[in-house]
Design a protein around this ligand. Structure first.
Ligand code: ATP
Ligand code: MG
Length: 400
């Protein structure tokens, strides 16, 4: 006997009323995409959960991938048997004896199939007695057992599970529209992207690159961060914007205190242009109030005025320490701290205005013709496709 299924429990999905069907469809699609390398598996979903028939594939890599997919609350290995007392007894005994370091257990029966002739409570006793009789030194503890042998009797079959592993939670990516993420090589923006994906948002990324002031290493870092995000959701387009010429012009022509504000405005303007081209309806950044000169209320007012698009800032009220905690948890931190420069730091003036005035910014911009540089940029954006399939994360050792 062996575990032949993985059972997936939906997350917040269950609260979503009428949208439920769409969410389940989206989750099914995402699971199918993420597991497309495993040719033999069969995925099936019902109203309240999803099952994956392993069909000879090894469970470990599949479980690990599933743990990164948003919209999954928890998952378990399962054995599917027919609705007979004999078959259920055998599978329950397998689940108990196969588990490691177990000295106490309990049995929990859920009987969705009301035609099954034995009541749940009575069935717990029957299976419990069978397990006690066929094992040594294992006892029942209904309050705090080492293992809960779960018996789920459905219309067509019964699923037996024991350990429950936590999923990534959130909503399935693709169920909340699409956003264009400004992805730098820093700590904040990958975390912002992660949080948006967790809320069901599909992402594309835009990165501003200023060679030779920023190196290939800086660009690679961003692609590695995009890879990490892609593995949690979907293949991802990264738009790499050649920013050098425009940045140099701003640096040369705009008075020192205002160059950072104008540069940020141009970044948003170009981002909106890409979003329009791609049919994306919002922009996401890793901004957090008070972190740097561009993230004061006055700066954000002056910078934001350049776009009519909603700008999502999932980190706006978060402490740096909490952001770092998430970065470490998702594995982006070690990539982000690689020592490469960002275009915003290379050209940053020594004393940027922390309280720029919008009318002054508009007046300065009106004296600077950036049309040629913007047109040149538009022609030369490099689009890189990042696949969701590369597996370069740490194995989830606690699973097996
Ligand atoms: P991060 O850690 O994400 O780089 P930060 O705290 O260093 O953020 P800034 O450098 O001021 O803050 O950048 C604020 C936001 O602007 C970033 O979170 C990111 O969304 C965007 N951004 C900055 N530099 C770039 C870049 N080179 N390409 C794309 N987006 C950028
Ligand atoms: Mg940065």
């Amino acid at each position: 006997m062996h575990y032949d299924h993985i059972l997936i429990r939906y997350g917040e999905l269950s609260l979503k009323g009428k949208n439920r069907r769409n969410f389940i469809y989206q989750l099914h699609e995402n699971v199918r995409q993420q597991l497309r390398d495993f040719k033999r598996i069969k995925i099936k979903n019902t109203r309240d959960r999803m099952t994956i028939l392993l069909n000879g594939e090894g469970p470990k890599p599949i479980m690990e991938r599933c743990q990164r997919i948003f919209g999954i609350q928890s998952l378990s290995l399962a054995i599917k048997v027919e609705n007979s007392e004999k078959a259920i007894k055998e599978a329950a005994l397998f689940a108990l004896t196969e588990a490691k370091n177990v000295s106490t257990f309990k049995v929990t029966t859920r009987r969705a199939n009301k035609d099954f002739p034995i009541g749940s409570q009575q069935f717990n006793y029957i299976i419990g007695a069978h397990l006690l009789k066929n094992t040594d030194e294992i006892t029942v503890d209904v309050h705090n057992p080492d293992i809960d042998v779960h018996i789920d009797i459905r219309n067509d079959a019964t699923f037996i599970t024991s350990a429950r592993y936590s999923g990534a939670g959130g909503l399935p990516v693709g169920s909340s529209g699409k956003s264009l993420l400004l992805l730098s090589g820093g700590i904040d923006s990958p975390v912002a992207g992660y949080l948006m994906m967790k809320r069901g948002v599909t992402l594309e990324a835009v990165h501003f690159h200023s060679p030779p002031f920023t190196s290939e290493g800086a660009k690679q870092k961003v692609l590695d961060l995009a890879q990490l995000l892609a593995e949690r959701g979907h293949d991802m387009k990264v738009h790499v914007v050649p920013f050098t010429a425009l940045q140099q012009k701003i640096h040369r022509e705009i008075p020192f205190g205002y160059s950072m504000t104008v540069m940020r405005r141009m970044m948003l303007k170009i981002t909106q242009m890409i979003a329009e081209r791609e049919g994306i309806l919002s922009i996401t950044t890793g901004e957090s109030l008070g972190q740097v000169a561009s993230q004061t209320m006055e700066s954000m007012h002056a910078i934001n005025a350049v776009t009519s698009f909603p700008v999502m800032r999932p980190l706006i009220a978060m402490d740096k320490s909490s952001i770092i905690e998430i970065a470490q948890e998702i594995g982006s931190y070690d990539i982000s701290i690689r020592p490469f420069e960002d275009c915003c730091t290379v050209f940053v003036p020594t004393a940027p205005k922390t309280k720029p005035k919008l009318d002054k910014v508009l007046q300065l911009e009106s004296q600077l013709d950036m049309t040629a540089e913007l047109a040149e940029i538009e022609q030369n954006i490099e689009v890189i496709n990042i696949s969701s399939q590369k597996d370069n994360h740490d194995p989830l050792t606690q699973l097996f």
